[in-house]
Write a protein that binds this ligand. Structure first.
Ligand SMILES: [Zn+2]
Length: 362
């Protein structure tokens, strides 16, 4: 692509030495074999998102020193976290100095840029000194700023928008393999398939349609997309920065704190879970007795349930369980201490019928 091919001056094209975000391949989490496709699509749409109000800690790795970024690079990443946070989402971001306190560990090894997607940061990376995100090129250009927003978008649980089945893109597959197999990406066919050609979910999820201006969308040179036909002769250049759909999606999964007051969960008093797929209910538990408790959902529902303990206003993760895609229910068994405060956050993937589920503490 050349500058004169750009539709207008607002688009931030990468120069010839920078590449595209190439995510590490992660196998799909197994679900029951006879699962309903609509149920599977909803699970896949939600499964990598954090529960809302999670504090995501991030850390800039110092080891090895070749991974350690210069201050101007780090500062672009901090600003990108701030830009997502400025949308008044319910997630919080906090920079920490110890790598094993961080869910998101950031390296600056020259080469490719990538991140694990959402909860894969903790589910797929067991070594607390291993990176979950890498920046492989200079971030101080406008394209670099968008790279930082894009990789953080992955860390928040968002996949590539050009792999959204709703986009309906028909690729010139030979051209795509040739393009990404060449300089500077030098990707294997497998990596190109994983990051570009593969559709994310097996069936379409009712959503916003194709957002070609998403921060999670690549720019594509002319000739890589067969349909829509216009991209055979012109490049697809997403507008810079976060799109209105990006903003809507992140606010949908992570609404502001004040929008969802927590409900008290008392022992042996069941609460109906009446929420839509992707939504979350928050409960507060204030035990009057120190003992082992069980928190469990019941009914034909897929949920993820996460328990936090309040530590001077900061929710600290204790335990989580995800029953999605199977007939079991999410369940946590934990000793809770009298006088302390706990938060139980439950996000619904799917329910066979509205109001057909509940939650109980005993
Ligand atoms: Zn990406």
């Amino acid at each position: 692509m050349k500058k004169e091919e750009m539709e207008n001056g607002a688009c931030q094209e990468h120069d010839d030495s920078t590449g595209f975000c190439g995510l590490p391949a992660v196998p799909d989490r197994p679900l029951a074999e006879d699962i309903d496709p609509n149920r599977e699509a909803l699970i896949r749409y939600v499964e990598k998102k954090w529960v809302n109000k999670t504090v995501l800690h991030y850390h800039f790795l110092e080891n090895p020193t070749s991974w350690s970024g210069e201050e101007p690079q780090r500062s672009v990443v901090r600003d990108a976290f701030d830009e997502w946070k400025a949308l008044e989402i319910g997630l919080k971001f906090e920079e920490v100095t110890a790598p094993n306190d961080a869910e998101v560990r950031i390296a600056f090894e020259p080469g490719g840029s990538w991140s694990y997607v959402g909860r894969d940061c903790i589910d797929m990376v067991s070594d607390p000194l291993e990176r979950t995100m890498n920046f492989g090129w200079d971030l101080t250009s406008p394209y670099g700023r968008d790279t930082a927003l894009h990789e953080i978008g992955h860390a928040l649980g968002f996949p590539h928008e050009h792999q959204n089945p709703i986009a309906g893109i028909v690729w010139d597959e030979a051209a795509v393999y040739a393009y990404f197999g060449g300089y500077p990406n030098n990707w294997s066919q497998q990596k190109t398939y994983y990051n570009v050609l593969r559709k994310i979910t097996p069936t379409a999820v009712a959503g916003s349609g194709w957002d070609r201006d998403s921060i999670m969308h690549y720019q594509f040179a002319a000739g890589l997309i067969a349909t829509p036909e216009k991209y055979q002769t012109e490049p697809l250049l997403p507008a810079p920065g976060l799109s209105s759909v990006d903003i809507g999606e992140v606010r949908k999964f992570y609404p502001p704190e004040s929008s969802q007051p927590a409900v008290a969960l008392e022992p042996f008093m069941s609460q109906v879970l009446q929420i839509s797929a992707g939504e979350q209910l928050d409960f507060v538990i204030r035990p009057e007795m120190s003992r082992k408790y069980v928190m469990q959902t019941f009914g034909a529902m897929d949920t993820v349930m996460v328990l936090f303990e309040d530590d001077n206003g900061t929710p600290v993760f204790l335990e989580g369980d995800d029953d999605s895609g199977w007939v079991t229910n999410a369940s946590i068994r934990m000793r809770l201490i009298k006088g302390r405060t706990y938060y139980l956050r439950v996000r619904l993937y799917y329910a066979h019928a509205a109001g057909q589920g509940g939650i109980m503490l005993w």
